[in-house]
Design a protein around this ligand. Structure first.
Ligand code: ZN
Length: 198
């Protein structure tokens, strides 16, 4: 596709799509395409913070910027219970579901306050115990593995310093973190989408 085709495509995208590319996908675009994207944002009078969001994804992240994004995320209201009293953290939750012929063991990323993360681990364990164990032969094996996995993950639900999962969420979603400075509700929406992905 040449640049004119790309420009034409961007013209036809709706605002939502343009915002999504600007805050989530800009890091993977060529410089010429970034210019097209920025021009489109200006032309449509979209929130100019989107341009910062694009720029933040295309330059190297400094330690102080990382710490700033960390503080924004950790102090964000919990997207699940809306509470602000507990800091946000991130974890992986393992869950097992056995179907007629196969057993499915999935690990998924979850971001919420410590209490909600604890609850997600417990709920996943209950679900695995109900729906996972009976698939032979992998049901019981994976169910026990997922219990062990969740109990070791749970230990990091209340860490003061950002744990590895939270840090890697920030690094992979710089555009969203930058946008959260002026539109915190977009971060809530993005976390909800991440939490509901599986
Ligand atoms: Zn919560």
């Amino acid at each position: 596709m040449d640049l004119n085709d790309i420009r034409e495509n961007y013209k036809n995208f709706d605002d939502y799509k343009i915002e999504k590319i600007a805050s989530e996908e800009a890091g993977s675009l060529r410089p010429e395409v970034l210019d097209i994207l920025k021009a489109e944002i200006k032309k449509r009078n979209l929130n100019l913070n989107l341009i910062d969001s694009v720029d933040s994804q295309t330059k190297e992240l400094t330690e102080s910027e990382f710490n700033e994004y960390c503080a924004i995320l950790k102090n964000h209201p919990c997207p699940k219970c809306k509470s602000k009293t507990q800091k946000i953290n991130a974890t992986m939750v393992g869950q097992v579901i056995s179907m007629i012929i196969m057993t499915n063991y999935e690990k998924s990323l979850k971001i919420a306050c410590s209490n909600c993360l604890d609850e997600m681990h417990s709920k996943a364990n209950t679900k695995s115990a109900l729906l996972g164990w009976w698939g032979i032969p992998w049901g019981p094996i994976h169910t026990i593995r997922s219990f062990m996995f969740n109990s070791s993950m749970k230990k990091n639900n209340r860490t003061e310093k950002p744990n590895e999962i939270l840090s890697s969420f920030i690094v992979s979603n710089i555009g969203i973190m930058e946008k959260a400075k002026t539109e915190p509700e977009k971060l809530t929406e993005f976390i909800n989408r991440t939490n509901n992905a599986i």
